[in-house]
Design a protein around this ligand. Structure first.
Ligand SMILES: [Zn+2]
Length: 343
């Protein structure tokens, strides 16, 4: 099969477009012929590598993918050859206490497609059958692949962990990324008022088109937490979604008493200082999570397929141009999901 792979960590130059043996589905697995893969910043972190990350080289990037069932492994049931599917890249063992109680994103033997195992920048990938969600015949593979990681992550954070309620006020810090655009979409679907802080007028315009109610341009408002405070009649917000990290202090300042800060990642530095007085004196909660469980994935994909949630797509590149696609994403030139056309 054709694939994009790397033999050592490094910049986009380590990615090579080459042939690699097509995987054989193991018992319980389904081989998927991929038509579209979607990018995540995670792909670039994995390509760059981090201390302690030990990959079986060569490695194939990519958590998100959609395509057609190509072959069933022994004992894999419920699918027919040619059926259209999207992959849930969050892979639990289905044996540990977390998996058995429905929290497979907290699995003791957790795997993520494209991180701890070879991923979707390829013509084929083999995954356990339970990781597949069936798509309607006419559903766009780009939308499906673009939704999988970002929407399950945002849904789990906002709804399952953050317990977002209609009528609440939500601030999203950052406008362009896949999880943040998914968060705006899910927050509006949930009947909340949404504020977005962004550094780029064009991205804020697009956030408004997604339904954001109040836009704050960080390049013009040096003290954006004060701008949020004033925009909410000096009330503050119930929930802040902060996947930057280094902005936690201004984010904590924007919260009402009893407010929640939700985080699923850090696009900025992972280490920074927090003034603890804000947390106890304002009765704040900081709620972290990553990915979602099988139940949340099915729920959010049902809403995507029904058109109630609408993933934002940016640009699509051919598989062979994955390096350029990663640069486009890394440089923040995207609004929404960057995808790869595999054929
Ligand atoms: Zn498990």
């Amino acid at each position: 099969m054709k694939t994009i792979l790397f033999h050592q960590h490094g910049g986009p130059e380590v990615l090579g477009y080459t042939d690699f043996p097509t995987p054989e589905p193991r018992p319980g697995e389904v081989l998927v012929k991929l038509h579209v893969a979607a990018l995540n910043r995670l792909d670039i972190f994995v390509r760059n590598g981090w201390p302690g990350l030990k990959l079986k080289m060569p490695h194939i990037n990519g958590a998100d993918g959609a395509g057609k069932v190509a072959k069933l492994g022994d004992g894999a049931t419920g699918f027919e050859i040619g059926e259209r599917v999207v992959i849930n890249p969050n892979i639990g063992c289905q044996k540990c206490s977390f998996c058995l109680s429905g929290w497979d994103n907290m699995c003791r033997n957790w795997h993520l497609l494209g991180e701890t195992m070879r991923g979707t920048y390829a013509e084929y990938v083999s995954v356990p059958a339970r990781q597949l969600y069936k798509l309607p015949d006419d559903f766009d593979f780009h939308i499906a692949a673009g939704a999988a990681l970002a929407y399950q992550t945002a849904w789990h954070s906002l709804i399952t962990r953050g317990k977002l309620q209609a009528g609440e006020t939500v601030l999203v810090v950052g406008a362009g990324g896949g999880v943040n655009t998914a968060s705006i979409d899910i927050a509006k679907f949930s009947g909340t008022q949404v504020l977005v802080v962004g550094s780029d007028a064009k991205k804020l315009e697009k956030a408004e088109a997604l339904g954001a109610d109040i836009l704050i341009d960080r390049s013009k408002e040096e003290n954006w937490s004060k701008a949020v405070f004033l925009a909410t009649n000096k009330q503050g917000v119930d929930v802040v979604i902060d996947n930057v990290g280094t902005t936690f202090m201004p984010s904590l300042r924007t919260l009402k008493k009893g407010g929640r800060l939700l985080t699923v990642g850090n696009s900025g530095r992972p280490k920074f200082e927090i003034d603890n007085r804000y947390i106890f004196a304002k009765h704040l909660s900081i709620i972290g999570s990553t990915m979602s469980n099988l139940a949340d994935f099915a729920t959010v994909m049902d809403l995507v397929v029904a058109g109630k949630l609408k993933p934002t797509l940016d640009k699509s590149f051919p598989l062979s141009e994955a390096a350029a696609a990663q640069e486009h994403l890394w440089n923040g030139k995207n609004f929404g999901k960057v995808t790869l056309d595999i054929g």
